[in-house]
Design a protein around this ligand. Structure first.
Ligand code: SF4
Length: 365
């Protein structure tokens, strides 16, 4: 299984390299070395090029350049914040919902996001990939559970595998009759777009199952020309694309940025899918918003862009209880008008401008 191409030497992986490149202050070096001892660092040349070093609040830097704030672990934060372990019947598989499983093939990524909910499980020092035996056992588990309709390849980043290995895995999964959908979650199109080569794109298409790609991006500036070209290669190959973003304080927690991000997705034929509330991963409190802020942003987004550009705002319930939509509610029940003789339930519905309107109950109620 360990056929991951070594990444470009130019990827920055150590605090001293970040300091030397002007991406972190020398005064922070000792703290950042402490962070690096705990959590992986990787900043690809493409991502480094997006960072404005003179801007201390740069939204790209906030996602990838480590910070001493990561050393602060708050109450409630958890190394397994969404409860993968509680639903893992065999190594590499998370079976939380009946009809789908996560299949975690690799524990490495092109970049390491400072807010990552699997930050305790990804990066060098963790097992690189499943052993061949563990891979076969996981495949056997999927084969033995006919209710599994969808297999979600995640990790780590599955596109860190070589096209050849990925093609083998796709074929193994597609050969299982009940597996109809293979969904791949990846940050590679923006973090290391050249990896999305014609060979990689070909590997993602397989007879016997439909492939969906979930592209992870959090700020519109991540879509530099090379990233746009990578997404275009995927879309041109007929692969349906959806988005995945995390709501992050100081990165995309304003309506204009979210609007630009969602428009960028749609322009690239990526349907906005999930906007995740930040998970309770250790040392990430400085990057989380409140749920109320998230709801206000979703309300603002509703007023600014079409339904095509609306993601679903979701919270992964700590403990492994799955996702819940946590966006604003536009419908409520109103008290019956005083002059009504019979009790009736009316509805109040809020429009995109925030105006409240009454909607009548069904006749006879
Ligand atoms: S690419 Fe995904 S799995 Fe990897 S560090 Fe970022 S959020 Fe975590």
């Amino acid at each position: 299984m360990n056929r991951i191409d070594p990444k470009l030497a130019a990827t920055l992986r150590r605090p001293d390299e970040l300091v030397a490149r002007g991406l972190a202050p020398a005064s922070a070096l000792a703290d950042l070395q402490e962070v690096a001892a705990r959590y992986a660092i990787a900043v690809t040349p493409e991502i480094a090029a997006l960072i404005e070093p003179d801007d201390p609040a740069d939204p790209i830097a906030r996602q990838f350049i480590p910070s001493a704030e990561e050393l602060v672990v708050q109450a409630g934060e958890n190394p397994d914040p969404i409860g993968d372990d509680a639903h893992s019947p065999v190594t590499g598989i998370v079976h939380r919902y009946p009809d789908r499983v996560l299949f975690k093939l690799v524990h490495v990524c092109a970049v390491y996001c400072r807010f990552c909910f699997r930050r305790e499980m990804v990066g060098p020092g963790k097992p690189n990939a499943l052993s061949e035996e563990a891979y076969r056992t996981a495949l056997e588990y999927i084969r033995g559970h006919s209710e599994i309709w969808e297999v979600i390849l995640t990790g780590g980043d599955p596109l860190m595998l070589s096209p050849r290995r990925l093609a083998e895995i796709m074929a193994d999964l597609a050969a299982i009759d009940h597996v109809r959908i293979i969904r791949i979650h990846t940050r590679v199109p923006v973090a290391d777009p050249e990896r999305v080569s014609p060979e990689m794109v070909a590997a993602l298409r397989v007879n016997g199952a439909t492939t969906w790609i979930a592209v992870h991006a959090n700020h519109p500036r991540e879509f530099a020309p090379a990233a746009r070209a990578a997404c275009t290669r995927l879309a041109d190959a007929g692969l349906p694309l959806v988005s995945q973003s995390v709501l992050l304080r100081g990165v995309n927690d304003d309506a204009a940025t979210l609007e630009a991000l969602m428009r960028a997705f749609v322009e690239l034929r990526i349907k906005p899918y999930y906007l995740h509330h930040g998970d309770l991963a250790p040392g990430t409190a400085h990057l989380r918003t409140t749920l109320e802020q998230g709801q206000a942003l979703m309300r603002a987004l509703r007023g600014r862009v079409s339904g095509l550009c609306q993601p679903e705002y979701v919270l992964d319930i700590p403990g492994g209880h799955g996702k819940a939509p946590v966006g604003p509610n536009y419908l409520s029940q109103a008290d019956s008008p005083q002059h009504d003789r019979l009790p009736q339930t009316q509805y109040r519905v809020v429009d995109y401008c925030g105006e409240v309107h009454v909607y009548p109950p069904p006749s006879g109620s």
